[in-house]
Structure formats: C-alpha cells, structure tokens
Design a protein around this ligand. Sequence first.
Ligand SMILES: C[S@@+](CC[C@H](N)C(=O)[O-])C[C@H]1O[C@@H](n2cnc3c(N)ncnc32)[C@H](O)[C@@H]1O
Length: 217
Amino acid sequence: MDADWLGETRTSYDTVAESYAAQTRDALGGAPFLQAALKLFADTVPPGGPVADVGCGPGHITAHLHSFGLNAFGLDLSPAMAGLARREHPEAEFAVGSMTALGLADESVAGLLAFWSLIHIPDDAVPGVLAEFHRVLRPDAPVLVGFHLGDGSRLKKEGYGGHPMNVYVHRRPAERMAAWLDGAGFTVTAHMLVGLDTRYPGGLLFARRNPPQERSY
Ligand SMILES: C[S@@+](CC[C@H](N)C(=O)[O-])C[C@H]1O[C@@H](n2cnc3c(N)ncnc32)[C@H](O)[C@@H]1O
C-alpha cells in the first residue's frame, strides 16, 4: 500500500474527473435498484436536516437526493470532482474534504450516504472513517453505504478512458462491512445486493446511528 494513499487517490480522481462525469452522468437512469435504494434512504431522513454525500464525485447522486427535497450536500477528496459537481449541480453545495477527518460539527448531519467511496479506504482505516460518520451524525440518523462486493484489493493504474490512476480498489463481503458498522456504533437495518450478474456486484447496507448509551446508575 502506498504511504500516501490519500494523496494518490486525490490525484487519480482529479485526473479522471471529467471522463468519470461523462460516464456516470446518466448512469442512474439505467439502475432501477439504485434509484429504489436512494428513495428508501431519502424516506428515512428526518425533514430539514442536512444530508452528506461523502465521496460524492461529480455530484449526480447528491443532485438526485436534492430532487427528493432533501437538503443534500456533497463532499469529495478531489478538488476537480467538487468543482465539476458545483458546475453541473448549482442547486446543491459541494466541499473538498476527506472522510478520514470530516470538517463537520458533532451531531450536525441528519443522514449520510457514501456510494462507492469507501472502496478506496484501506481496511485498517475503515473503523476510523466510520467513527467519523458516527461523530457527525445525529442519534438515530440513517446511513447508506454502497461498495464493491467480493474480497481482495487491486491497484487500478488507469481508468475512465485510459487515464492514469494509482489507486487501490477494495472489495468487501457485506458481512465484513456490516461488522465494521456494528463496531462503530451503527445498527444495520437492511442489505441489498445489486449487479450480481455483472463484473462489479455491489453491496448496499442501510444502517442507523445508535442512540447514546443510556447510563445505568
Ligand atoms: C468511484 S468514485 C464514486 C463517486 C460517486 N459517489 C458515485 O457513486 O459515482 C469514488 C469517489 O470517492 C472519492 N474519495 C475517495 N477517497 C475519499 C476520501 N478519503 N474522502 C472523500 N472522498 C473520497 C473520490 O475522489 C471519488 O470522487
């Protein structure tokens, strides 16, 4: 694993931002199960509160959540991705930042989604990222994570039309992701498996941030 995996991920997505956006702009239209999952998630967010799309890329999912009336904003490690998202979806706000240290106040977020962004977080850093999710979420707030199903990691050296990248892509079994969420103070409420007939099957886990532990005297 490269020591500077965050820096390599940022540079990789800066490089492919335009071509990634071109390839994913209309992807949701052909993904009815993802659309259904996003609607389910949106229906569980309490009214009014901000919803974070962490690792939002070009912002098409953030915009989709916004179209449900959610106060959704996006956050991405790549300045090029965040800039592109602002340009393509001026109705929502987008910031540059890393999920490893979210620049958000404690218990300030009413819902959080991370779609195929945890795939770039190495195993030993995932519990810390989920602790960040827990910190910024209000008690009982819903979470939806989407990720590549499977097991193992590979170094992606190019992508989205042959552009150079240097980024690890981690696949995980749903049970491992569920155990991480459980350990970080979330209750997993549902699993959904998508694309099982494709090269890139996906896992979607719906969870809720547990309320603070009641003290016993
Ligand atoms: C495969 S893309 C997914 C983009 C979008 N969520 C989607 O579903 O199309 C992965 C995104 O995660 C972002 N990312 C990777 N590591 C991140 C981190 N530590 N913090 C925030 N964003 C990150 C990348 O910059 C990239 O935009």
